[in-house]
Design a binder for this molecule. Structure first.
Ligand code: 1PR
Length: 523
């Protein structure tokens, strides 16, 4: 029996699924007594340090947790569950941590994109039972903006490199905690959990030498999902956002099956986009929640869900906040949520007032779940202009002149799946959402969507230079070379495709095989 501390602000479902995959049963902690009675305790932490410590105090779990740690029974902290062990965090300096490990939690200041999102390696600083069956070359999934700084270096279990060498794991007796998410790190992550769950105390050496670890470029498989005319939830695919073929919604397969196939092929992340979310209400869209629940049982890489995340009033006049909608998705197994149309409207209000209200979906969800959980999906289309001064938008000079020889263009944001253009450009939207707390940009392109003609490199380059958060390139991938091109000529940290995977034109594995000796890739 494994006890798992769920303080209510994270995706514990995936951790439960990963532990149950090892044949163990999980008891979710409800009370302090549960903690004190636990043989082994797993503490997954997602969200913000402040809200975590606040909830632990409110639920009376703070002292029992500290008592458990001091009893030296087996403990595994994950991500924020590592940060909680320290004295305080720069993320929420007004809150104290557990103080079990002297030291503090520091924000990244490395000049690289923050959050640190993706697959990176670990270097061992001591032997551990957690390292059984690992060779030292594995990569694990990180998603965080802060890292721990222990006063005593003896507790350091692992370090990782991201602009600077940071502590990615600690071990003190039977208490261990890691920055990365083992439940989202595919096979190597499942091995770490298996090793923690075993009763043996033998320690293993991680054989890798101290060579610098590198963050891998991510290959993301995207599943645009909607109900077809028969009411079944299907994976569809637009051609420049038009998903109909001979009058019917294109049906390219079942969401859970396709997601599992892409995971098995090596996809680093899976994204579901509920493309009619702008008009349907996701919480009534139970099939979408079931898709997430079923997928998270067998897919152990990060899941992003988008579509319809906004404040909503149902037909009975009952109001739901975007935070409630997002919370339902997180409880169903999502690690990140993606906001499309509502982000455009939120940014327009913010840019007009110059004020942060704290009430927008972006601010609320990033405050509770952390900025790394909030992705902004941008649906832009190219608009040519003769001169940059003809518009008040951020423009670029383009190598691809317009129909009248225009050498400049801007990228107009749209909402409702491209149906409505707005007086806002993609670069300004991306920066505004970053200022409001978003952690990542999913940068689509209506002109390239479904065309197999390659990514819009000019758009992706311009946006990734304009913000300091990671950018996922999307739309237009037609061959593995397009992925190499977007990674070598833009700052994109991830590249997403849909059509070539669903139409079985290019397997995910072929993309990775093409890149493996050219770029840092997770094998
Ligand atoms: O506006 O918050 O409800 O979110 C709606 C979400 O659904 C947004 O993320 C929006 O991008 C997406 N969406 C809405 N309508 C469509 C459509 O196709 N009619 N999908 C749609 C847009 C973007 C990617 C696509 C890539 C890769 N698709 O999912 O797969 O462009 O395509 P490719 O590799 O096949 O070229 P909200």
């Amino acid at each position: 029996m494994i006890t798992l501390l769920d303080y209510g602000a994270g995706n514990v479902r995936s951790v439960v699924n990963a532990i149950e995959r090892q044949g163990e049963t999980v008891k979710i902690v409800e009370t302090g007594e549960d903690i004190l009675g636990a043989q082994k305790l797993v503490f997954p932490g997602v969200g913000s340090f402040g809200s975590m410590m606040q909830i632990l105090h409110q639920k009376g779990l703070h002292s029992p947790l500290l008592e458990f740690l001091n009893s030296d029974r087996p403990f595994l902290g994950i991500c924020l569950g590592l940060h909680a062990l320290f004295d305080y965090s720069e993320e929420s300096p007004e809150y104290q941590g557990l103080g079990f490990i002297p030291g503090y939690v520091k924000h990244f200041h490395t000049g690289l994109s923050v959050p640190h999102i993706g697959w990176n390696g670990i270097k061992a600083n001591q032997d551990s039972k957690l390292f059984q069956d690992l060779c030292g070359e594995e990569k694990f999934y990180f998603v965080h903006s802060y890292h721990v700084v222990p006063e005593n270096t003896d507790v350091i279990l692992t370090t990782t490199d991201y602009g600077e060498e940071f502590v990615s794991g600690i071990q003190k007796g039977n208490v261990a905690a890691i920055q990365f998410h083992p439940e989202k790190s595919a096979g190597p992550g499942l091995s770490i959990l298996k090793n923690f769950l075993q009763d043996n105390t033998e320690k293993y050496r991680l054989s890798n030498n101290k060579k610098e670890t590198k963050l891998a470029k991510r290959i993301v498989a995207c599943l645009d999902v909607r109900s077809n005319d028969q009411g079944d939830l299907v994976v569809t695919k637009g051609d420049q956002y038009d998903v109909r073929e001979e009058g019917s919604v294109r049906n390219l397969g079942k969401p859970v099956e396709l997601a599992k196939r892409y995971y098995d092929e090596g996809a680093d992340e899976i994204t579901f986009l509920n493309i009619t979310g702008f008009r349907d209400f996701p919480l009534e869209d139970l099939p979408m929640l079931e898709v997430l629940q079923n997928t998270s049982q067998n897919v152990f890489v990060p899941l992003t869900i988008g579509g319809g995340i906004r404040d909503y009033t149902d037909k009975n006049g009952r109001h739901y906040s975007a935070l409630q909608v997002a919370a339902e998705y997180f409880r169903s197994g999502a690690d990140k949520i993606s906001i499309g149309s509502d982000a455009v409207l939120i940014a327009e209000d913010y840019l007009k007032s110059g004020q942060k209200t704290g009430d927008s979906a972006i601010e609320q969800i990033s405050r509770v779940y952390g900025s790394q959980a909030v992705v902004i999906s941008i649906d832009p289309r190219r608009v040519y202009v003769m001169h940059p001064d003809d518009v008040s938008h951020e423009t670029i000079s383009t190598q691809f002149p317009g129909p009248n020889g225009e050498k400049h263009c801007w990228y107009q944001c749209t909402i409702k799946g491209g149906r409505e253009g707005r007086e806002l450009d993609a670069l300004t939207l991306a920066r505004a959402c970053e200022e409001l707390g978003a952690g990542e940009i999913l940068l689509n392109c209506i002109d390239r969507d479904g065309t197999n003609s390659g990514f819009d490199l000019e758009l992706i380059h311009a946006v990734s230079e304009f913000v300091n958060i990671p950018v996922i390139a999307s739309s237009g991938a037609g061959c593995p070379e397009h992925f190499q091109e977007v990674f070598t000529s833009t700052g994109a940290e991830a590249a997403l495709a849909a059509g070539i995977f669903h139409r079985r034109e290019v397997p995910v594995a072929d993309v990775k095989d093409h890149l493996i000796h050219k770029l840092e890739i997770r094998e």
